[in-house]
Design a binder for this molecule. Structure first.
Ligand code: SAH
Length: 243
């Protein structure tokens, strides 16, 4: 697993978050992928309040209990909402600029840490991975390393709330047949690269995983996946518990 942190010179999303925080607006955060057309993430979306969040995220925040880890926290929208609910949360992100903004926004425990850093060994009752949080796993081949890390971080009885999407709709024909090239690997493994103004990030792997595949890997690694809620478009919230 990669355990690197970003540098401010290669942190496009963090730069967009910093601009939006300081100026109330940001330029285009551009997203490139070899598999898709160019896209963009509106910075205001990264600052969504509880009321502006999709129902799956709201449900995850309601269910989160005990000592909570917001993993890949970005601008800290979930961590802030949890603090407002009186819950205890620690937020981590590899982005130095995002962590600085989280601290400025009043998140009491916000740290620049890579989830897979072997020295990161706290204990949590709830781990949140939201906004296609499975992405941080990168590729299916990292599932083993991911669950090993989760075992280290979770208290007994603890739970991971993770949202993701089944990307099969991108490969489905109008008649419902599935046009996926099986030799090409799992269809939810996507490569991304971001750019904000002149700041270019390194390419990274981002995993979208359907619930069945997630359940299979969970079981292989001593976890049980429960489907908490389904969204409107092939998206869902899962709860992963140690067996
Ligand atoms: N959860 C936030 C941000 C989602 S974007 C929201 O819903 O708005 C994903 C975030 O994960 C980015 O801020 C990225 O820097 C962070 N990230 C990616 N890999 C990570 C890792 N291995 N450890 C910690 N954070 C990571």
């Amino acid at each position: 697993m990669k355990t690197n942190l970003l540098s401010p010179q290669k942190d496009p999303m963090g730069a967009a978050i910093a601009d939006y925080f300081h100026k109330g607006r940001a330029a285009k955060l551009r997203v490139f992928s070899s598999q898709f057309e160019e896209d963009e993430i509106p910075a205001e979306q990264l600052f969504r309040t509880f009321d502006e969040m999709p129902p799956l995220e709201q449900e995850a925040l309601r269910l989160a209990s005990g000592k909570i880890l917001d993993c890949g926290a970005g601008s800290g929208c979930h961590a802030l909402a949890l603090q407002d609910m009186g819950k205890e949360v620690e937020a981590i992100d590899i982005s130095p600029l995002s962590v600085e903004i989280m601290q400025k926004r009043g998140i009491r425990q916000a740290y620049q840490i890579n989830l897979f850093d072997e020295n990161y060994l706290q204990k949590f009752d709830t781990i949140l991975m939201l906004m296609n949080g499975s992405g941080i796993i990168g590729k299916l081949e990292n599932m083993g390393a991911f669950f090993t890390k989760m075992k280290q971080l979770l208290n007994p009885g603890g739970c991971i709330y993770m949202d993701s999407s089944d990307l099969r709709y991108l490969f489905e024909d109008e008649d419902g047949s599935f046009l996926v090239d099986l030799a090409a690997g799992y269809y939810g493994e996507i490569d991304f690269r971001m750019q904000y103004k002149q700041i270019k990030g390194e390419p990274f792997d981002w995993l979208y995983v359907d619930f069945q595949t997630l359940s299979y890997y969970a079981a292989e690694n001593g976890f049980k996946a429960e489907l908490v809620q389904e969204g409107e478009h092939y998206d869902y919230l899962a709860c992963l518990k140690m067996q």
